[in-house]
Design a protein around this ligand. Structure first.
Ligand SMILES: O=C(O)CCC(=O)C(=O)O
Length: 403
């Protein structure tokens, strides 16, 4: 390896980094493709942020989404809560707001029309998968700066799987300790959430908590009597759990695991984005305030080379599930990079990798693929080194057969 690495270092040494040389290196697969104007606008993840994500299991990027965009997202959310969106053609059934914790809805129904604005705003706790019904949710799921970060953390190929809009009105409950890969399995497991704060979030209105460093844990699978859930069943002494996401800690068996770690509150300002991996234990508590919402827009993604059976859309005909493997990748949008697996186009046409012509998409992710593809020659991809640049002294110093 030292020899190969030495060659690469020589290739990119100062005297070799002329624009033409950089172009050659790009073509040889060492560097990402040259950036165009849009790419220069990219959010740049640092080594420190990358290591923090891997070490802590989560990463907060302050102000990743602009104030103007948050204003748009907030206004749209308020219209949705009041049933004012043109897409909200049906109405939800009546229910007693004092007797439940708020509805988690898949659909786009409006709250009953006769309710007061305050009652309407209390009607929903959270709404799922509306990127399949609302252009704006698709657009925020595919927000370029959010994708810039994901491309580094779990990419370069990124598949957009899921969205949730948390409204969490005053007095409504949070979600107890859980691991997201329990709900959304991907193989290999590359799941990552991106949680965009719409309101100020703090301890009182139910900000998120993380069991810091707990991303090293396996995903704890459900006891057989629990209908749904996934986990690392091959770990020989794994505990099967009950009460995942239960907000009463005594009912939630993951509390014991979470209690082995420091538990940190992650307050957020509108526009801050919290990225978190599929294994890290996290929770949010009740909204203890009487007058503040705690709204956030959350999307989940995986590497687009991972296989998933999750997220079939029964409304989409003909079905896109692979009849043999039950793979459901064909329902999810290719956000960045490329993939050899199926993927969906964004229904509302939001620009992303899926909307690029195949050759352009391949070119953008080619540098990652080439490094892998060119390893077959025994030289770990460094075979294109210019023989005239061999430094005899350095070569001689490397012990025979060393890496
Ligand atoms: O926002 C919350 O209260 C919880 C979010 C969460 O746990 C998740 O998105 O996985």
């Amino acid at each position: 390896m030292l020899t190969a690495l030495g060659r690469l270092l020589r290739l990119i040494s100062r005297k070799n980094t002329t624009p033409q040389r950089i172009d050659e290196l790009h073509l040889a697969g060492y560097f990402p493709p040259p950036m165009n104007a849009t790419m220069l606008d990219r959010y740049q993840v640092t080594v420190e942020q990358y290591t923090r994500f891997r070490r802590d299991g989560f990463l907060v990027i302050p102000g990743l989404v602009s104030p103007a965009e948050i204003a748009e997202l907030r206004q749209h959310t308020e219209d949705l809560m009041q049933g004012r969106l043109p897409e909200q053609r049906a109405q939800m059934a009546e229910r007693d707001l004092n007797k439940d914790h708020g509805v988690s809805a898949q659909g786009l129904e409006a709250p009953p029309a006769h309710l007061s604005p305050i009652e309407k705003a209390q009607y929903f706790l959270r709404l799922h998968m509306l990127h399949r019904k609302l252009e704006l949710h698709e657009r925020y799921m595919l927000h370029p700066r959010v994708l810039d970060v994901l491309e580094v953390l779990i990419g370069p190929d990124v598949l957009a799987l899921q969205t949730m809009l948390f409204l969490k009105p005053p007095g409504k409950p949070g979600q107890g300790w859980h691991q997201d890969s329990y709900y959304i399995p991907t193989h290999p497991d590359t799941l990552c959430g991106a949680w965009i704060a719409i309101d100020d979030c703090d301890e009182l209105n139910g900000a998120m908590w993380f069991a810091k460093d707990s991303q090293v844990e396996p995903v704890y699978p459900p006891c057989p009597e629990i209908g749904y859930g996934f986990g690392d069943k091959l770990v020989s002494d794994i505990t099967y759990v009950k009460g995942v996401s239960h907000s009463d800690d005594s009912q939630n068996m993951l509390t014991r695991v979470a209690n082995r770690y420091d538990q940190v509150l992650v307050p957020a300002q509108p526009g801050d984005v919290v990225f978190f991996g599929g294994h890290v234990l996290h929770r949010s508590k009740k909204n203890f305030t009487t007058d503040r919402f705690r709204r956030s827009f959350v999307s989940h993604y995986c590497n687009a080379r991972s296989f998933t059976q999750w997220g079939v859309d029964p409304d989409l005909q003909p079905p896109r599930t692979d009849p043999v493997t039950k793979m459901a990748n064909g329902y999810h949008i290719l956000a960045r990079g490329d993939t050899h697996l199926p993927f969906a186009q964004p229904r509302f046409g939001t620009p992303c990798a899926a909307t690029l012509p195949a050759n352009e998409r391949r070119q953008q992710s080619d540098y990652a693929a080439r490094i892998i593809a060119s390893m077959n020659n025994g030289l770990l991809g460094c075979a294109i080194a210019d023989p005239t640049l061999v430094d005899k002294d350095e070569e001689a110093k490397a012990p025979a057969g060393s890496y």
